[in-house]
Design a protein around this ligand. Structure first.
Ligand code: ADP
Length: 797
């Protein structure tokens, strides 16, 4: 059986030809050089790589064909192989071709065979891979987060720089150890749970937990752990990225702490309670010791709050503080913080500092015993003023306050300062209010304060008693608009019922700046006797000039009103009783006068004239008094007629002139007014004014009467140049029985009723009476009467 040859052409190739054929078919470049470096064989692939035809190479010296190769690794290794007669394998970059080659050099006594492959593509890939790995490694190393690789069993395989920093173990120390190295003892079981999840192919995302450093301290971390797969997708371990969240946790805690502090601060207005509550927040969270000192206007410190977890220690510290009070002049510590309004921060208390601060051995011993580690003193500031200080001290916790702690303490100080200030203001306002209330409750006058809506917001005891309510609360419960007034019958001095709109407080709400009224009131259905009050109301405005409240003062005038009533009755009765005898006296003087004329008794007539003059005065007095009584009871009657005002004035002036020897009257101007009214009553007004002008200008001898008018009114003015009237009295002179008693001036006879009657008469004619005067500069009284409308007749009330 013959086997067919796979080689075409020659059925039995020679061995040489066999070898050549093999060399031609391989993928590697292959060439042979003789001992003189001449090419003796070049295969097909070598031809391609060297980019030369074998005819151009065979028989030629390699170094002549490629002179640029002399001195390269290729050249060196070729010589080395020949010299040592050992096979050399190497990879190198052949610059002229810009390619990488994997080369084998096989030396022999007849020359050297060289096989080589172009490995540029592989080299390129390798380089890229390497670069990628390096980049990745650099990334891992430079990461801020710890990146840790571990096996399925939890053995650490990689450990980056951040892990070194975060946990305190170097990569050398950590790699090969169990990951539980960084698990705190109470969290060892976490490892099992995490790995179970990882082995299920799941990721553990942002898991917040605690880890332990080499030095034993713990800290919060957020860890993300992902499974690592091999090429066959088998889970071979896990990678963990851990982020130290100490700062974030701290910020959260500080935020929470501040929120709690604010809550505590707003929970009470009692500042001692407030500070005690704060200290419960601060100790032990922020400090082992916490103190609050307030400073008074003299700069003295008062320890308001001192807290530590051990009450025994607090007692001891308080006693110590009494023994060593704060020196307000000290250049550091609380006094300095108060002076500057800036906090003081001692991050680390050293023994030298204690030595420097202690005033004596005992103090030093105490300070050392306390074991201070760090102190922060912050000011309590409100409205730009430092009210005191808060001191945060770390001792047994070993804590060292950093900048963030200081910022937090300052914020607590700021918030507490404002809250304390509010509490203080509240207390002061409360005290002032209590004091005021005590005062107002003791006032005999009733005081009622109405809010802007008319609701009673304050009433004192006197008001309660006057109005007959059971209590202040009862009064406060009454509702506007009628409030306490409902249930009362309210009248004025003439016995007329007062409409609600005319009550003083209602008038003030309606816009009057001050309103007063004498009010008689009886509680309906109680049978209580009528009482009288002088009620005055005034508004209190807010900053927008709107009524914030109306204060009403009720002054009981029952006794006075009753007394005046009796007086009025007496006057009315006596003037009536006097009227009859005076009238008959007047009659008898007439009879007597006629007799004496007959007898031509000059002396007797002289006396009789004087008696008559005095009787006239008496008659005027009695009729004035009767008028007053009539006015009081509303019974003053008017006889209405049409008359000429100018004529009336001229006649009256003439009559008064006839009885006056000291003064001269001058009338000027005219009103040309035809009036409707009681001519005699108006004449009575002018007589009053003219006689007053004479009476109150004893040193003058002239009185000026001026008549004028405009479209609507006629004006009659009486001007004297006498003693004048002080402005303070000008409103009162129109009141009943009002007389100015001036110690400097001589007193003038009179009853103080002339102007009262005059005003009443003028007002009943719808007119008004005005006075313009200055003390010592004379007075001008003007009667202003409205002119009658063309068609309608002027009437009197
Ligand atoms: P009398 O009877 O006291 O004059 P009147 O009612 O007429 O009473 O006046 C009241 C008071 O007004 C007087 O007591 C006086 O003090 C003051 N008075 C009135 N008229 C004048 C005046 N022309 N000049 C100064 N004071 C006057």
């Amino acid at each position: 059986m013959s086997i067919s040859s796979p080689f075409p052409g020659e059925m039995r190739p020679t061995f040489d030809r066999q070898i050549l054929a093999v060399l031609e078919s391989i993928d590697d470049a292959f060439l042979i050089l003789d001992t003189r470096w001449h090419y003796t064989y070049v295969n097909r692939v070598a031809e391609r790589i060297l980019q030369k035809k074998r005819e151009d190479l065979l028989g030629r010296n390699v170094w002549e064909v490629f002179p640029e190769a002399v001195g390269t690794t290729f050249w060196k290794n070729a010589y080395k192989a020949v010299d040592t007669q050992r096979v050399i394998e190497f990879e190198d970059f052949y610059a002229p071709f810009l390619r990488w080659f994997h080369v084998h050099m096989y030396p022999s006594e007849v020359g050297i065979a060289v096989s080589f492959q172009d490995v540029t593509d592989r080299k390129e890939r390798e380089r890229e891979n390497q670069e990628h790995c390096l980049q990745l490694a650099a990334l891992v190393e430079s990461a801020d987060d710890a990146i840790i690789g571990k096996t399925r069993e939890g053995i650490i395989t990689t450990w980056n720089k951040a892990a070194e920093r975060m946990y305190g173990y170097s990569a050398k120390e950590a790699v090969g150890q169990s990951i539980t190295l960084i698990f705190p003892p109470n969290r060892q079981d976490e490892f099992v749970r995490i790995m179970e999840q990882i082995l299920r192919g799941e990721r553990v995302d942002h898991f917040e937990t605690t880890r332990v450093r080499k030095d034993g301290t713990t800290f919060p971390v957020s860890v993300t752990i992902s499974p690592i797969h091999d090429n066959d997708d088998q889970i071979i371990g896990a990678s963990a990225i851990a982020h130290d969240i100490t700062e974030r946790k701290r910020a959260e805690e500080q935020g929470h702490f501040l929120a709690e502090v604010s809550k505590v601060l707003s929970s009470t207005l009692d500042y001692q309670e407030m500070l005690a509550n704060i200290s419960r927040q601060v100790v032990p969270q922020l400090a082992d010791w916490f103190a609050v000192d307030l400073v008074d206007a003299q700069g003295n410190f008062e320890l308001i709050e001192l807290a530590h977890k051990d009450p025994e220690q607090v007692r001891w510290a308080r006693a110590l503080r009494e023994r060593y009070p704060v020196d307000p002049n000290a250049s550091t510590g609380a006094p300095q913080v108060v002076r500057t309004g800036q906090c003081e921060h001692y991050p680390e208390i050293t023994d030298e500092m204690l030595v420097a601060a202690a005033k004596n051995e005992e103090e030093l011993a105490i300070a050392r015993q306390n074991g201070y580690t760090s102190i922060v003193i912050v000011p309590l500031i409100a409205r730009g003023k430092t009210l005191g200080v808060m001191t945060f001290v770390a001792t047994e916790s070993g804590r060292r306050y950093d900048k963030r702690d200081v910022a937090l303490a300052e914020e607590v100080g700021r918030r507490a300062g404002v809250a304390l200030d509010n509490a203080r203001l509240h207390r002061e306002v409360g005290q002032a209010r209590d004091q005021l209330d005590i005062i107002l409750q003791g006032v005999a006058d009733g005081i009622i304060v109405y809010g802007p809506d008319g609701q009673i917001i304050y009433a004192n005891e006197a008001a309660v008693q006057m109005t007959g309510y059971a209590s202040v609360q009862d009064m406060l419960r009454t509702l506007p608009p009628h409030g306490i007034v409902s249930g009362y019958e309210i009248v004025d001095e003439q016995g007329q019922s007062i409409p609600h709109s005319q009550l003083p407080h209602v008038r003030v709400f309606a816009g009057e700046r001050e309103a007063q009224a004498t009010i008689g009131y009886t509680r309906v259905g109680t049978g209580q006797a009528q009482r009288w009050s002088l009620v005055k109301s005034r508004p209190v405005y807010d900053e927008r000039e709107e009524i914030a409240m109306v204060v009403t003062i009720i002054h009981d005038v029952t006794a006075r009103v009753q007394f005046e009533r009796r007086k009025d009755e007496f006057i009315s009765m006596t003037s009536h009783e006097l009227k009859t005898p005076v009238t008959s006296l007047k009659g008898f003087t007439n009879v007597l006068q006629r007799r004496l004329i007959k007898l031509a008794d000059e002396q007797g007539l002289h006396y009789l004239t004087r008696i008559d003059a005095q009787l006239n005065k008496l008659t005027k007095l009695i009729s004035d008094l009767l008028d007053v009584s009539r006015m009081q009871t509303g019974k003053l009657a008017f006889q209405i007629e049409s008359f000429d005002l100018d004529t009336l004035v001229h006649e009256t002036v003439e009559n008064v002139q006839a009885a006056t020897t000291t003064h001269q009257f001058f009338v000027e101007g005219r009103t040309d007014a035809r009036m409707f009214g009681d001519k005699d009553r108006l004449g009575q007004v002018f007589i009053n004014l003219l006689t007053n002008a004479v009476k109150y200008s004893p040193r003058a001898n002239k009185v000026l009467v001026h008549l004028s008018r405009d479209h609507e009114q006629a004006i009659v003015s009486v001007q004297d140049s006498g003693i004048g009237i002080d402005e303070a009295h000008q409103q009162n002179i129109f009141e009943r029985f009002y007389q100015i008693t001036d110690p400097e001036e001589k007193t003038y006879p009179g009853l103080g009723i002339g102007l009262y009657i005059s005003r009443e008469i003028v007002e009943r004619h719808h007119g008004r009476i005005e006075v313009h005067s200055r003390k010592g500069e004379g007075a001008t009284f003007s009667v202003i009467l409205p002119l009658p409308q063309k068609e309608t007749e002027q009437t009197c009330d």
